[in-house]
Ligand binder design. Structure first.
Ligand SMILES: C[S@@+](CC[C@H](N)C(=O)[O-])C[C@H]1O[C@@H](n2cnc3c(N)ncnc32)[C@H](O)[C@@H]1O
Length: 305
């Protein structure tokens, strides 16, 4: 007799229904309270949406590392996530998980978002502990909310481990704080779309643009039209924490020209506002805001500003 065709008396059936309801509740509670490094002993899978940070293994959170160590499968983005895995390996950290590379290149999604959602749900249904490793923070232009929703819709236990976003950490390596007493009291993180035209504020309101290189010239024109003006300082930090890391500093009037001259490429973070003057990469003319002497091509002549 198989488990499927076994007939049970009604009282036993009610008892077993109560038992299985209880164990389902226990299971759910165990799954939801499971900490990274403490995988559940049952067959149910779970998805951890982990922020990898900007690409330096040292900037992965300890909770994120524990999740990676407990994972059966890691579904990784290219930007940030792969560099962190390589960095961990170089530091001697061995992960037992299988790696699935969904390698999103800027402007080119190797695996469509729907397929990624379906993949992580399927893996969890197969009983796997899944880490969806995403560059920066999952909730900052990372579509983490969509992946969370897909898991919830499918009844899959899911938890988010925040990561250090490139919006803050990449300017930091160029010595740029997004706020600074007396210089900037607010910041906005945006993508470089037309919507930035409605961004209020002047140079004391820092603007950070992600995915902003292809549209840099247009964004600079839009932002220069407002209170910020054409001589508002701008920094572009390419490939933060990576082998191509490079900083270019200019103004809203000069930055598109500098970007073309220097062959600036994605990934890069663009920072607009007076906080850029605090960067050690800012030329003296810009740091003092005496722009009359400022020659944008001077920085183009130094290979790695
Ligand atoms: C799709 S968004 C993802 C942002 C990510 N969720 C985060 O919090 O950093 C990708 C953009 O982030 C920025 N970015 C991410 N990592 C970067 C890095 N290491 N250096 C420079 N820019 C980076 C670039 O603007 C890139 O186009």
């Amino acid at each position: 007799m198989t488990g499927l065709d076994r007939r049970v008396p009604a009282s036993e059936s009610r008892r077993s229904a109560r038992t299985s309801q209880k164990s389902a509740e226990n299971l759910r509670a165990r799954r939801e309270s499971a900490k990274p490094g403490e995988p559940t002993s049952d067959a149910a899978g779970k998805v951890w949406l982990v922020g990898a940070g900007p690409g330096d293994a040292g900037l992965l959170t300890i909770k994120g590392l524990r999740a990676l160590e407990a994972a059966d499968v890691i579904v990784a983005d290219r930007l940030g996530a792969r560099a962190v895995l390589d960095g961990l390996a170089a530091d001697g950290v061995t992960l037992r998980a299988e790696l699935v590379d969904v390698g999103k290149l800027p402007g080119h999604h190797a695996v469509p978002q729907d397929a990624i959602n379906a993949l992580i749900v399927q893996l969890a249904h197969d009983g796997k502990t899944v880490v969806r490793l995403k560059g920066g923070d999952p909730y900052v232009f990372g579509r983490g909310g969509e992946e969370l929703h897909a898991c919830q819709e499918a009844g899959v236990a899911v938890e988010v481990v925040p990561g250090i976003t490139s919006a803050i950490s990449v300017p930091a390596i160029a010595g740029i704080p997004l706020t600074h007493r007396g210089v900037a009291t607010a910041f906005t993180v945006a993508t470089a779309h037309e919507q930035i035209a409605s961004l209020s504020g002047g140079r004391d309101h820092t603007v950070v643009l992600l995915m902003g290189i292809a549209t840099l010239a247009n964004s600079a024109i839009i932002l220069a039209r407002g209170e910020r003006g054409g001589d508002c300082p701008v920094a572009v930090v390419e490939d933060g924490f990576g082998p191509r890391q490079r900083v270019t500093v200019g103004t809203l009037s000069t930055i598109a020209h500098q970007a073309a001259a220097r062959g600036i490429r994605s990934p890069a973070v663009v920072v607009v506002g007076d906080v850029v003057r605090l960067s050690p990469y800012a030329p003296a003319e810009l740091a003092t805001l005496d722009l009359s002497l400022y020659d944008p091509l001077a920085s183009a002549r130094s290979p790695r500003a």
